[in-house]
Design a protein around this ligand. Structure first.
Ligand code: FAD
Length: 429
């Protein structure tokens, strides 16, 4: 019997637990350890931050659902990983030995890299359900005394979609409240151009997103190095393609949401030889640690090189479908390893994303993630708005049911009309 422990019951870790349970015999034990006793559907946080969702609609008491599938759950943070001794140390002092460890701990939000940034400073965040709730509380105060808004992404950010999404959602919400005319909105991003998305653009994302921002009177600053934030004021250095300063901006705001750069969470980052300098797990093409061969990792916590160097640092996004392909590879590889076969499964790491814009939305598909690509498109339409809502309901329903099918693949690819994903297939499509 083997004991497989997953750290993180998020978008990657929870489906992985179900997938492993479905593929491994009952003689093997599976335990999920998560900082909190709930699962949160992170992609819905931007809606919570304008009051279009409530916390109970996008979180689940996950231990109960996992238990129904015979998966153990511990709702406590892991404080230390003893990777040589195959043991986790938990926040209550307990230890948990494992045979295989899978790390799906998502990001640590590195607000400290920009003084004054973050929910404990002067900007809001939608990265966690707690942050989104705080952002919603601040937004309600703002509605009584509206003024300029700044939304965007800090230097080193890798996740840009939710910043655009939140800008368009706030714009739509203010229009519904007939307050938009009182609110100048500026989009401030470390991307070299609008629509770069950490992916060197996808299809015509630059033209399409610029046009959307223009159509909705949202100004923008790209190549933006946000250097510090004070109460009601953001300091931004705009640079050119060579990184030389073009302009210093002092942007007044009454409300701001800025996505931070990500790092790896502390107990993972501290494991000797496991991570890169920013604390992201170094894995091989089979999602396996290069140093600890019984340790796998998936999702935002793994190290992926930037798609290209940009004047202000940006990273490559790790989106849901891409994470799902990593998770499926890990489930297959652990199964193979247990059976004494070579663990050779590989995730495709393709980027697929739906972003809501209030009543419409934008979808992109980048296969593979690094250009040139076999599939490369970016489209806008009301169907994306509805597809995103549909996907939220579908994902949460499947997490309650303990479904082990690849959810993004089943739902998203059908919605997007993509049938095959084998990038390396020699057969003509
Ligand atoms: C606001 C936002 C919106 C997004 N929207 C989309 C979208 O629409 N579509 C898309 O494809 N992608 C989206 N993404 C990107 C990505 O899909 C999500 O970030 C996704 O949640 C990443 O999954 P994950 O499993 O890596 O991390 P998470 O889902 O963040 O899960 C990590 C889990 O690890 C736990 N954890 C962390 N540290 C510890 C510890 N020490 N001990 C125990 N547990 C720990 C956390 O509590 C958490 O439950 C979005 C990202 C953000 C930030």
């Amino acid at each position: 019997m083997a004991h497989i422990v997953i750290i993180g019951a998020g978008v990657g870790g929870t489906p992985l637990a179900y997938e492993l349970r479905a593929s491994l015999g009952r003689e093997h034990r599976i335990t999920v350890v998560n900082s909190t006793d709930y699962f949160q559907f992170v992609p819905s946080n931007p809606w919570l931050a304008v009051g279009w969702r409530s916390r109970d609609k996008i979180t689940l008491p996950i231990g109960r659902h996992l238990a129904r599938r015979g998966i153990d759950f511990i709702g406590l943070p892991v404080t230390r990983i003893d990777a040589d001794g195959n043991t986790l140390h938990l926040a209550d002092g307990r230890t948990l030995p494992y045979d295989y460890l899978v790390v799906t701990t998502g990001p640590r939000l590195a607000f400290e890299e920009v003084p004054g940034a973050g929910p404990e400073g002067h900007t809001q965040s939608v990265c966690t359900v707690d942050h989104a709730e705080q952002a919603w509380a601040r937004y309600q105060e703002f509605l009584d005394d509206p003024g300029p808004i700044v939304i965007g992404a800090m230097p080193g950010a890798s996740c840009f979609g939710p910043a655009y999404e939140y800008a368009f959602i706030v714009n739509a919400d203010l229009k519904r409240r007939r307050l938009r005319k009182k609110v100048p909105i500026t989009f401030v991003t470390s991307e070299p151009y609008i629509g770069h998305l950490g992916l060197a653009g996808v299809g015509d994302s630059k033209t399409l997103l610029e046009s959307e921002l223009r159509n909705h009177d949202i100004k923008w600053i790209t190549n933006a190095k946000t250097t510090r934030v004070e109460a009601g004021k953001m300091f931004v250095t705009e640079v050119d393609a060579n990184g030389a300063t073009v302009k210093e901006h002092e942007l007044p705001f009454k409300y701001s949401m800025m996505l931070p750069a990500f790092k790896g969470v502390d107990p993972v980052a501290r494991v000797e030889g496991l991570c890169n300098p920013r604390g992201f797990v170094l894995v091989d093409e089979h999602q396996r640690s290069r140093k600890y061969r019984n340790l796998f990792a998936a999702g935002v916590c793994i190290a992926i090189p930037p798609v290209e160097t940009t004047p202000v640092p940006t990273g490559a996004p790790k989106t849901g479908y891409m994470i799902e392909t990593m998770v499926t590879a890990i489930a297959k590889n652990i199964q193979a390893d247990l059976a004494g076969r070579p663990a050779t499964a590989q995730g495709s790491w393709n980027a697929i994303c739906l972003a809501d814009m209030g009543s419409t939305g934008a979808a992109f598909v980048a296969l593979p993630q690094i250009p040139p690509r076999n599939v490369n498109w970016f489209r806008k339409g009301r169907w994306v708005h509805w597809a995103k809502i549909g996907f939220e309901k579908y994902f949460l329903y499947k997490m309650k049911q303990g479904n082990s099918e690849p959810l993004y693949e089943k739902f998203m690819l059908r919605v997007l009309g993509i049938e095959r994903l084998e990038q390396d297939s020699k057969a003509p499509h």
